[in-house]
Design a protein around this ligand. Structure first.
Ligand code: CUA
Length: 337
């Protein structure tokens, strides 16, 4: 049996397939920050120019096709040297040159406008973000605490982001707020970040950096100035001290008595490792594993016992703990608000 395909049906299907890449959140086509608006506008402008070029070329092809079937004098076309050469030079040389120069100029213009520290943000909040395989270390200037995988910013205020890397090249990309910025070991790149609307914006590592590159997400939480400063105050506090004789205290002992302390820091305790994320306020974060899983006790238990089963290749080894130890540890980590 021969299957009949509808040519137009296939075309529409392919176009829809391409367009699915434009939907969903986060999308750079729904910008919520000054620089992101510039980038999105450039995208639409480039799209319009490319569309116009496509239309002109399609029209020319169509005309050629029509002429080749009709009374087109091929001999006349090729013998008329000057006209032929002129058309080739104008249509094939000058026109593409002009179009490409315009698009290149627009691209450079937007790049210059977005990839430089914004003068307005000179005196504002500065945040340092360090890329690791495969998570994000976050410091705020003039603050004592370290955090990871979440950046809180006040809404409507430009903040300066200084980015670098501790190992390989990563790239920080928060599509709704900014274009991509490379995180290069030994170099600090600076951008200005601003969110016009309160909300949670997902970011993603945009430079292949190893086996868990796809699971290197982060969240930017834009909130009111009051909420932002309340968050800063909370983060500056030491870890919660568990009550004597409580399950949380047992959990703290499990934590401090295991190899966790070599890689993680919890302010106010002897755990002062800096290989993995700071856990002083782990319970205040939305996800674990750098955006991989919601921060729930079940997910956390699975992660602690064997994070290799959920994020193979990450640098945390499986922990040999019994059920009681895991329960106590969960209670303790859950108390680190
Ligand atoms: Cu980090 Cu890709």
């Amino acid at each position: 049996m021969r299957i009949k395909y509808n040519r137009y049906g296939i075309l529409v299907f392919l176009l829809l397939g391409i367009l699915t890449g434009c939907t969903g959140s986060p999308s750079m086509l729904t910008p919520y920050g000054e620089d992101a608006v510039l980038t999105a506008s450039l995208t639409w402008l480039m799209f319009a120019i490319a569309g116009a070029v496509l239309l002109v070329i399609s029209a020319l092809l169509w005309m050629t096709y029509r002429r080749s079937r009709g009374a087109w004098d091929e001999k006349e076309f090729y013998t008329n040297d000057h006209k032929y050469l002129r058309n080739v030079l104008l249509g094939g040389g000058l026109l593409p040159l002009v179009v490409l120069m315009i698009t290149m100029g627009l691209g450079i213009g937007v790049e210059n406008a977005t990839n430089v520290p914004n003068a307005k943000a000179a005196s504002a909040i500065e945040i340092e973000v360090i890329g690791h395989q495969w998570w994000w270390e976050v410091h705020y200037s003039n603050q004592k605490f370290d955090t990871a995988n979440e950046i809180h910013i006040p809404v409507g205020q430009p903040v300066t982001l200084r980015v670098t890397s501790a190992d390989v090249i990563h790239s920080l990309w928060i599509p709704e707020l900014h274009g991509k910025i490379d995180m290069i070991p030994g170099q600090t790149n600076t951008i200005t970040l601003e969110a016009d609307k309160a909300g949670t914006y997902r970011g993603q590592c945009a430079e292949y950096c190893g086996v868990q590159h796809a699971h290197m997400a982060l969240f930017v939480i834009a909130e009111s100035s009051t909420d932002f400063h309340a968050w800063l105050d909370d983060q500056n506090k030491s870890g919660v001290e568990p009550k004597v004789g409580s399950l949380e205290q047992t959990g703290e002992q499990v934590f401090l008595g295991s190899s966790c302390v070599y890689c993680h820091n919890i302010a106010g305790t002897n755990a002062s490792g800096h290989v993995g994320p700071d856990l002083t306020h782990l319970a205040s974060r939305v996800t674990i594993g750098s955006g991989l899983l919601p921060n729930t006790p079940g997910n956390l238990a699975g992660w602690i016992v064997n994070s290799q089963s959920v994020k193979p290749g990450n640098h945390m080894p499986p922990m040999d703990l019994n059920g009681d130890q895991v329960q106590a540890l969960l209670a303790y980590l859950g108390s680190l608000k």
